[in-house]
Design a protein around this ligand. Structure first.
Ligand code: GTP
Ligand code: MG
Length: 195
């Protein structure tokens, strides 16, 4: 996709705030601080469209970004180690679950994991949950720039095996820092959106 235009549309806490123009949506899921918002910025070549932070827990609502008037990225709060209360985590979980299960416009989820580390229990739960509900998943292993090129294959294998990703399911090595994987991710998204 040749991104000509990208804009922030709304931060939503509840379904009545979701966009109403019925464009296809691709949601971002993954642990707090893994790089979901940075991935969006790289995909639309804008440095600060989606707010990022070195502290986990930056994204607290479902934030919708419209690209080329064609599709939305729905950036979601992360799971895992954000320093927020149990109640807040539970509220996020309800909001995310409700969105993922009920949103007609949702075409698929980009599940972002950190390529440096084996997938966590939370990563596995998320992946299995999406699979269970038949939601298409693109796993993106990000922060590739943080490990030497020679180690990429070993780490990619670790992610594939850790999540038990099927042989036909996409796993894309990515870096928001260098742009690696961007074109491959765009083609995978385009295929999902046109289905
Ligand atoms: P929450 O909104 O808190 O769930 O986090 P997030 O998943 O949206 O992560 P965010 O994009 O805010 O990035 C977290 C930190 O990781 C920031 O300091 C980013 O600069 C850094 N980061 C994200 N992606 C990459 C990457 O590909 N390479 C490197 N080196 N750093 C990255
Ligand atoms: Mg974020």
């Amino acid at each position: 996709m040749n991104v000509k235009q990208a804009e922030f549309v709304i931060s939503a806490l509840k379904p009545s705030q979701y966009p109403e123009d019925a464009l296809p949506e691709i949601a971002l899921a993954g642990r707090s601080n893994v790089g979901k918002s940075s991935l969006i910025n790289r995909m639309v070549h804008r440095k600060n469209l989606a707010r990022t932070s070195s502290k986990p827990g930056k994204t607290q609502t479902i934030n919708f970004y419209r690209v080329n008037g064609q599709l939305y990225f729905a950036d979601m709060p992360g799971y895992g180690f954000a320093r927020v209360s149990k109640e807040t985590k539970a509220a996020w979980a309800r909001m995310i679950e409700g969105y993922l299960l009920n949103r007609r416009e949702l075409k698929g989820v980009i599940q972002v994991v950190d390529v440096r580390h084996p997938p966590t229990r939370d990563d596995r739960m998320m992946y299995d949950w999406l699979k269970h509900y038949g939601i298409p998943v693109i796993v993106v292993a990000t922060k590739a720039d943080k490990i030497p090129r020679g180690k990429w294959p070993k780490h990619v294998k670790q992610v594939r095996e850790g999540l038990q990703i099927g042989a036909d399911d996409p796993l894309i090595l990515f870096s928001a820092e260098t742009g690696q994987g961007k074109d491959e991710l765009w083609s995978t998204i385009a295929a999902l959106v046109s289905e």
